[in-house]
Design a protein around this ligand. Structure first.
Ligand code: ADP
Length: 655
């Protein structure tokens, strides 16, 4: 049964199907080789059987031919005996001449008659009238186990005219000995048998003749009840009993055996492969579904594996990640050395047991905070292949922590701001009285001097200016007090050119950098905005003082011409006052940072100036912008440029 998987995504399902397809299912193919071998074996056997049959038939045909030819020769031999007996009968005119004629014949050189056992003269009533030789040798011949045959011939008539017959007996063995040619004896054992297969005479004795080819033909006549049989000397051995065939048949058998073993081995392998594929697919689907990023580093620090979640976390594709070495593309660019040192410690086996937190960087540059736990990766042989790291994305928690920290800092700053506001408010309240007193005394003094005393003009002038400054100080104190106590600013139509000019006049004499040059570039026509004049003046004064301090700091080191430019502009909608300087700017700091309360890069700075400026601008529904290091090439002075904007359409231009 095929193992099944739970719901997979499309990619996994495709992999799974491919894995299943890769398993060979053509079981029948394994039977082809044994089947072919069997067919070959059967075909060879059939062919050999056919050949054997042909050979057997050929042997049989030859033995029949040889038997017929031998029978003719033996028959001729018997006929020669008949002829010889006929010749003796012809010589024998009377029965009385029997002994003489036969005896003479027995001593002739012709061996034919000499091999006869006996010659008989038999009368009409089948009685032996005479015989030669005596019965002794005949008995001896019979005692040797020989079987005899006989031939007959018509003999002489007796005295009373009754006919006699001549019968000669000779051993069958002699027929064979004298008439079987040598080439026949080398091939066959020739024998005479009776109708019951009893051996009568044979050329020689063979052992087991059960499988030998043979042929039997009747030898009656001339010898009654006798059959001539030829038995091939060599037993016919069928093909399957021959050694070469036995050896040959081992080959296909061993082939079948080894095929069977191979098939069994392959079956085992296939089942192992199937479980391995299942295992791999399970593992992959698990890796794909887990929310933890996983990556494997080889012992030399090369990234050799990353799961989809890891790729998703870092923003790089698996392809982009695999094969990377230090520095990894997802390392934070500002802490490469530190991260490399940590990697080195991990590769040296000194990785924190409980994991470690690290800041990486996504492909889009955003920070990625992860908690990483490293574990050694061991293969089946127990050798360490590398390090498997599981990374959990903790960015959300980290960002939450950071925002909470920032909120806390903001709250602390706010609390301090409130306290400072209260102090300033109290201070303003306390200063209000003496300032009012100074103004009244000054007014009284002026009156007294003008009506009673002759005073120098310059003294009177100084008194007038003292009174104006004291009034102005009182005004500033009262406006700031009302601003700090959250009273809305006292809006009135005021001209941006005038605000810029009075701020310029206010600070010009008190610039820290005596050599500094302040340029005021007013707008050709008045730009009226609805604003609290005193507060806006304070904003511009603040910006000029900051520019002055920046120039002091940078001109000490760079020796550049200290220049501050106050530019009044109108873009058709907003009134703009820009304060630029030739200082060193505020670098990579953001507007939100430098305008935050209590943020200062100066050793004696309070960090409240820009914060108050921003609050004043917000209260006027205006905007506050800052740019650092504006290049000279684009009309800047190379330092910072601060810009305040307030919509000018709010006021009707005076006639
Ligand atoms: P403080 O002057 O007490 O530091 P501010 O709020 O006025 O406080 O300024 C905050 C910070 O903004 C300064 O410490 C300085 O780093 C930066 N900054 C303000 N104005 C300039 C300027 N013209 N050039 C460069 N940096 C400036």
């Amino acid at each position: 049964m095929k193992p099944t998987l739970p719901a997979l995504n499309r990619r996994d399902a495709r992999l799974w199907q491919r894995a299943q397809r890769a398993l060979p299912t053509r079981q029948w193919a394994w039977w082809l080789l044994p089947a072919f071998t069997f067919a070959l074996l059967a075909g060879t056997a059939a062919w050999l059987t056919f050949e054997d049959r042909e050979k057997e038939e050929e042997i049989q045909r030859r033995i029949v031919a040889d038997a017929l030819s031998l029978e003719a020769q033996l028959r001729a031999h018997v006929q020669a005996n008949e002829r010889e007996l006929g010749r003796l009968a012809a010589e024998m005119r009377t029965p009385d001449a029997f002994t003489l004629v036969v005896q003479r014949a027995f001593v002739q050189p012709d061996p034919l008659v000499r091999n006869w056992l006996a010659v008989y003269l038999i009368d009409q009533s089948n009685l032996v009238v005479a015989e030669y030789p005596s019965s002794e040798p005949r008995s001896a011949e019979l005692a040797r186990g020989g079987i005899s045959a006989h031939v007959e011939a018509a003999g002489p008539n007796g005295a009373n005219g009754n006919p006699h017959r001549l019968v000669a007996r000779f051993p069958l063995r002699h027929v064979l000995e004298q008439s079987v040619p040598w080439w026949v004896s080398t091939r066959y054992s020739v024998r005479f048998v009776d109708d019951f297969d009893q051996l009568l005479a044979s050329t020689d004795q063979l052992g087991d003749i059960a499988n030998n080819a043979r042929h039997k033909i009747s030898f009656d006549p001339p010898v009654t009840g006798v059959q001539l049989e030829l038995i091939a000397r060599d037993a016919f051995r069928p093909w399957w009993s021959r050694l070469p065939f036995f050896l040959l048949s081992i080959a296909p058998l061993s082939l079948i055996g080894s095929t069977w073993l191979l098939a069994r081995q392959t079956r085992n392998l296939r089942s192992a492969e199937r479980s391995w594929r299942t295992e791999v697919n399970w593992r992959r689907s698990m890796e794909d579904s887990i929310t933890i990023g996983m990556r494997v580093l080889s012992m030399d620090g090369t990234l050799i594996y990353a799961n989809p979640r890891f790729a998703q976390m870092t923003g790089f594709t698996e392809k982009e990640l695999i094969g990377c070495t230090s520095p990894m593309p997802y390392w934070a660019t500002d802490s490469i050395d530190e991260t490399h040192a940590r990697l080195q410690r991990i590769l040296d086996g000194d990785s924190p047991k409980n994991g470690y937190e690290v800041r990486w960087q996504r492909k889009d540059g955003s920070p990625l905070y992860v908690m990483v736990l490293e574990a050694p990766l061991i293969d089946a042989a127990g050798t360490q292949l590398g390090w498997m790291g599981s990374a959990v994305d903790i960015s959300e928690r980290k960002l939450q922590e950071a925002s909470e920290r920032a909120r806390e800092e903001r709250m602390i700053a706010h609390a301090r701001l409130v306290t400072i506001g209260e102090i300033a408010s109290t201070l303003a309240h306390e200063l209000n009285q003496p300032l009012s007193a100074i103004v009244s005394y000054n007014a009284g003094l002026q009156n007294q001097l003008s009506s009673h005393l002759q005073v120098n003009d310059s003294v009177r002038d100084a008194l007038v200016r003292q009174g104006a400054e004291a009034k102005r100080a009182g005004e500033i104190v009262s406006r700031i007090r009302s601003f700090l106590s959250r009273a809305s600013p006292q809006l009135e139509a005021c001209d941006f050119n005038t605000i810029a000019l009075s701020a310029y006049e206010l600070v010009q004499k008190s610039l820290r950098n005596a050599g500094a040059r302040v340029e005021l570039q007013p707008w050709p026509s008045p730009i009226y905005v609805q604003a609290d004049r005193v507060l806006l003046e304070q904003v511009v004064v603040n910006l000029i003082r900051n520019a002055d301090e920046s120039i002091v700091a940078s001109s000490i080191s760079s020796g550049l011409t200290p220049l501050i430019r106050i530019n009044v502009q109108h873009d058709g909608r907003d009134g703009i006052i820009a304060v630029e300087d030739a200082g060193s700017g505020f670098g990579t700091l953001q507007l939100a940072q430098i305008t935050a309360p209590f943020f200062s890069t100066k050793p004696d700075g309070m960090g409240l100036g820009l914060a108050i400026c921003r609050s004043i601008l917000e209260a006027h529904r205006g905007t506050f912008q800052a740019t650092s290091t504006v290049p000279v090439a684009v009309g800047g002075l190379g330092g910072a440029r601060f810009e305040i904007r307030i919509p000018s359409s709010q006021v009707a231009l005076p006639a």
